[in-house]
Ligand binder design. Structure first.
Ligand code: GUN
Ligand code: ZN
Length: 439
């Protein structure tokens, strides 16, 4: 499956942040109408214009023709709960009720290995179907949920980050660990999985209300002892949540300060949501080099609020894009882009297609410190590629036929595209998904 081959067709890859103007900054992207990507042992051996590369390609090498399609780096989801796949679209609550009524009961099921293994496979099948080749993933507090996920991702040769949820209070007994037991379990999982081929471990305190000070403190110590670990948690998503944190941690001057006090705010830390923040808190996050995960479909679904992307830019705070399934309503990165555009419109800061696709690929790779491996189609990078079909449906074909520029095409894909638009997904140099030919 990882035999050398060439993927030929139109391709687009960002090399830098294209900026917020209508046109991308000069030199910020590579676009080739007749491009070629030479895959070899899971990596990109060479990339360029097909006619220029052709004389240097091995004779008889298999060439896959994607004329009329568009190749891009595989999409990246910076924050998603695989264990919430089956409670997407559970009606009618804001965050804290939604957690108690739907999320926690569902997560209890992941004590069972068989269930965890089954959902991990289905989740990864779905990720491939939507063109997402890397994600930073919440499991549950059960170590077996993490093991099942890593086993499945490893078998497929994927680059993934994941971690065991730490939560030692304010949740059903079946989900709570203990302050130090949770850390010990995390250490064992780190020993087994962190750095194994393309897998990495992300320390995962759920959010401040479900961990004691002792647990947060132990998580901080672990992070200090292994600074190449990632960390993922939630921050300032919902007003009720913020008030609860203020009651639970009166010594902290704001929600972010809870995490700061325990040394959890660092360059590899992702803070999902980060909606209701003061400019000063955004600056503190920026100074720590942390990233805020913008989860637009989740924020709209749970009525959490509107993420202020420009305020992040002004503070120098990196943001990433994320589905936050099951709070989110669309696993596909194209759906995330559409909702991000709509949230931006409500704040008078519409997202350009250049910004959108940059963030879904290189931007997210940079935010997660994975850009040495993924996010860009370049020589030496890992061969994670999504092939988009601008003619995926009759309506999309009609609309994209009218586009005159690459910018217009990208915008139509971002607003009208969905999982049907994902023609193929390659990861680790293997074809992992091909859209049902009957579509
Ligand atoms: N805050 C704490 N846990 C969760 C979760 O599972 N989903 C969301 N959206 N927010 C959270
Ligand atoms: Zn989340």
């Amino acid at each position: 499956m990882t035999d050398p081959r060439v993927l030929r067709g139109p391709l687009l890859s960002f090399l830098e942040d294209p900026g917020d103007q209508d046109q991308p900054a000069p030199g910020s992207l590579l676009y080739l109408e007749d491009g070629a990507i030479w895959l070899d042992h899971g990596h990109i051996r060479a990339i360029g214009d097909y006619t220029q590369m052709a004389p240097n390609l091995p004779s008889g090498i298999e060439t896959v023709d994607y004329t009329g399609k568009l190749m891009m780096p595989g999409f990246i989801d910076s924050h998603v709960h695989y264990v919430q796949l089956d409670i997407m679209a559970s009606y009618g609550r804001q965050l804290l009720d939604w957690l108690n009524d739907y999320t926690f009961p569902e997560e209890c099921r992941f004590a069972e290995r068989e269930h965890a293994e089954q959902v991990a496979e289905i989740f990864l099948d779905e990720l491939m179907r939507v063109g997402t080749t890397t994600a930073q993933v919440f499991c549950t507090s059960h170590p077996v949920s993490v093991e099942s996920f890593f086993v499945a991702a490893h078998r497929r040769g994927l680059r993934m980050l994941a971690g065991k949820v730490l939560m030692d209070r304010n949740a059903p007994e079946a989900l709570t660990d203990t302050a130090l037991g949770g850390i010990r379990d995390s250490e064992a999982l780190i020993a087994d999985w962190h750095g194994k081929d393309r897998l990495g471990y992300s320390l995962t305190p759920r959010f401040a209300p479900t961990s004691t000070r002792q647990q947060l403190d132990a998580a901080g110590s672990l992070l200090r002892s292994a600074p190449d670990l990632h960390l993922q948690t939630h921050l300032s998503e919902n007003r009720g949540e913020i008030e609860w944190v203020a009651e639970l941690f009166p010594e902290a001057h704001d929600y972010l300060n809870v995490y700061e006090r325990f040394g959890l705010v660092g360059p590899r830390s992702t803070f999902a949501h980060s909606i209701h923040l003061t400019p000063e808190a955004r600056t503190r996050l920026a100074e720590a080099g942390a990233n805020a995960a913008f989860c637009p479909t989740s924020n709209l679904f749970l009525g959490s609020g509107l993420f202020d992307r420009l305020a992040c830019n002004n503070a120098g705070l990196t943001f990433s894009l994320a589905s936050d399934i099951g709070g989110g309503t669309d696993l596909c990165g194209l759906g995330t882009l559409k909702a991000a555009y709509q949230v931006g419109q409500l704040l008078g800061q519409p997202l350009t297609a250049w910004q959108g696709f940059y963030h879904l690929t290189l931007g997210n790779a940079r935010a997660l410190h994975l850009d040495a491996h993924i996010g860009c189609l370049r020589e030496g990078a890992e061969a994670d590629i999504v092939v988009l079909d601008p003619e995926a449906t009759p309506l999309l074909a009609r609309r994209t036929a009218r586009t005159k520029t690459l910018g217009e095409l990208l915008f139509a894909l971002m607003m009208l595209g969905d999982d049907r638009t994902i023609f193929e997904t390659w990861a680790g140099g293997k074809r992992q998904h091909r859209r049902d030919a009957s579509l």
